[in-house]
Design a protein around this ligand. Structure first.
Ligand code: F6R
Length: 619
């Protein structure tokens, strides 16, 4: 969950590291630090509690100079957020520093062992054991071979860890290593300069040529390249990947927050998601990287979707799509539950992970469980080169571009769109989807970016959502209701509201309201209904009546031309009329904007909500 940036080259390292950390601040923001080698064989360290701004101020007051360095932004696991617990952590004589993303599960045993060996700990973190272990090996068994010392230290660790090591005795290099599912380690190739980062946006300004470390791999990075090895010291050949993202895709531009930018670029991101996937001539969907043969698709007896949070809700929409169009039973499970419940998996099943980051630890563990059971594994994943894309039999890239806002928005609409593509694809391969029906849906899909653009433009052009936030920002509880394919949208809307504005919100299937939640309804608990005119519209209207009969206020996501609902509810969040299969993808957008405006009105930190981090690489 933490963010790491490293630089070796010919420019000043500190500004490059600080800029990179800013792009990674979504991964953790409770403290930050950096270390830069000076020309006289010393390591200059600056560390500050709180947001990155504090570190930037510290560096401007006490500048560090040098062309090799490493930085870190932290999401606390061991030890509270404070200056002493901020990374980098240093060896006793300060000539070696380490930054880490991950958890050392056996850190107490290691700490006691190191204390017995004479090491004094200056922080509460698990990371400090890593630097002392490397130091111990460096001065003893490894006899001054840093690479060997790092390898030996890593082999003592239990739990996932991604680390970068810098040493005053080896001033031309950084050593980066990955053990387990600790989140990505990206090595960036420049001209006469090299980069290390937890995620691509941190270095996109400087290079688009990257390589990724897998589990149990390390890289010795100098200004002129990188040497890759496994943790047994065997050399590895690595291919570079070219990243096509535009560098400005990872910048905020004219928007106040990344989340706002990402909401309003969904017209564009959906265009990219659909790009080269729709074959109008054959009325087919192109998903080559899924690597699923028609024969295999026909033999599937079940599909299990595993995911967390927003990606899980996308999976619930996917269940509707796939069961309807491909007639394949779909189970949707929280990855954190699936991995521990000894699931029944077999070779005639497909297990599909949905993950924006491709690094969520529970989702990767669920995939591992599926692989062990012999299932065909696949991922709908946004982050290029991430672990989920690499460990699965096939994948579909969301093509949404970098998502920086901690609250997921454009990745939700991209992944639901991919699930619709997958449903058509499976329906065709399994011979259960009529050609005329696929042609109709493919035509409808091609309209999706335009419809999204229209909805978002309308929202930008008027004050509707700011006025709603003005009216509702002081309420403490909200109920979100949806039915059928819109039930997951109600849950996603509720999640958006709670995570960035800290207002309690429950997403519920509308038909279940009278089995419990109706007891909560009164004038202080507004209800948000997702009620486009579909086959359950009348039932949604009767829920509206029931809420109104109990003095409840109702806000409705409804078709822009639905005058009937407008007359019944307190406020409408309009969406354009579209094919029923596209409606969930459009209906979530007003809920994203509503949550955003509510959070802004309440003065919350939209891009860095408290306690959350974007890429959840620890349990
Ligand atoms: C909510 C949110 C999280 C993520 C979840 C899974 O806005 O962002 O709920 O959806 O942590 O993350 P990924 O998709 O990266 O596996």
């Amino acid at each position: 969950m933490c963010g790491i940036v490293g630089y070796v080259g010919n420019q000043e390292a500190a500004p490059i590291i600080l800029h990179g950390l800013r792009q990674l601040e979504y991964r953790g923001y409770d403290s930050a630090g950096l270390a830069v080698l000076d020309g006289d064989g010393g390591v200059q360290v600056r560390r500050e509690a709180g947001k990155l701004l504090n570190l930037e101020q510290a560096v401007s007051q006490a500048p560090v100079t040098g062309a090799v360095g490493v930085g870190h932004t932290r999401w606390a696991t061991h030890g509270p957020p404070s200056q002493r617990n901020a990374h980098p952590h240093s060896s006793p004589d300060g000539d070696l520093v380490v930054v880490q993303n991950g958890i050392v599960e056996n850190f107490l045993d290691l700490r006691q062992e190191l204390e017995r060996a004479g090491y004094t700990f200056r922080s509460d973190t698990d990371t400090e054991v890593i630097v002392h272990l490397i130091d111990q090996h460096y001065h003893n068994g490894s006899a001054g071979d840093l690479e060997d010392a790092v390898r030996k230290a890593l082999l003592r660790l239990k739990g996932p860890s991604a680390i970068v090591v810098l040493s005053a005795h080896h001033p031309d290099r950084l050593i980066a290593a990955r053990l387990g599912n600790a989140g990505g380690v990206t090595i960036g190739f420049g001209r006469g300069e090299m980069f290390v980062a937890s995620d691509i946006p941190a270095i996109l300004r400087h290079t688009r040529q990257v390589a990724f470390l897998d589990n149990r791999q390390m890289a010795v990075v100098t200004a002129h390249g990188a040497v890759f090895k496994d943790l047994d010291g065997r050399p590895l050949a690595k291919e570079c990947t070219r990243i096509d993202w535009n560098p400005t895709a990872a910048e905020k531009g004219e928007f106040r927050h990344f989340m706002q930018k990402e909401i309003f670029e969904q017209g564009r991101s959906l265009t990219d998601t659909l790009r080269s996937r729709l074959d109008f001539q054959r009325n087919a969907v192109v998903l080559d990287s899924l690597n699923l043969t028609p024969d295999h698709a026909r033999r599937l007896t079940k599909l299990t979707i595993v995911a967390c949070g927003t990606s899980y809700y996308a999976g619930l929409v996917g269940k509707y799509y796939i069961e309807r169009l491909a007639r394949l039973p779909v189970e949707v499970d929280y990855a954190s539950e699936f991995r521990y419940r000894q699931p029944l998996v077999a070779s005639d099943q497909m297990v599909l992970a949905i993950t924006q980051s491709g690094e969520t630890v529970d989702t990767l563990a669920a995939l591992e469980e599926a692989r062990t059971g012999g299932a065909f594994t696949a991922a709908i994943v946004n982050a290029i080169g991430s672990q989920a894309a690499r460990v699965t039999d096939g994948h579909i890239y969301m093509q949404a571009g970098p998502e920086i806002g901690v609250a997921s928005t454009k990745a939700f609409t991209a992944s639901t769109t991919d699930l619709l593509l997958l449903a058509i694809y499976l329906g065709q391969q399994r011979g259960v989807l009529a050609e005329a029906e696929s042609a109709r849906i493919i035509r409808a899909l091609s309209m999706l970016p335009g419809l999204a653009g229209e909805l978002l433009e309308d929202a930008l052009q008027n004050d509707r959502y700011r006025e709603l936030a003005e009216r509702y920002h002081t309420f403490y509880n909200f109920l979100y209701l949806g039915r059928g394919i819109h039930y997951p949208i109600a849950r996603e809307g509720a999640l958006k509201l709670k995570e960035i504005s800290y207002i309690h919100a429950e997403g519920y299937p509308a038909g279940e309201m009278k089995h419990g939640p109706i007891a909560l309804i009164d004038a202080t608990m507004p209800t948000v209904v997702v009620a486009p005119r579909d086959h359950v519209y009348d039932k949604m209207i009767s829920q509206v009546e029931q809420v109104k009969a109990r003095s409840g206020q109702v806000l409705a996501v409804a078709h822009a031309n639905d005058e009937a609902i407008r007359a019944k509810v307190d406020a409408v969040m309009p969406i354009p009329v579209a094919d029923e299969l596209l409606t969930p993808i459009l209906a979530v957008m007003p809920l994203q904007i509503f949550a955003y405006e509510m959070a802004v009105r309440r003065g919350a930190d939209v891009d860095q909500p408290r306690n959350l981090a974007k890429s959840v690489t620890v349990e």
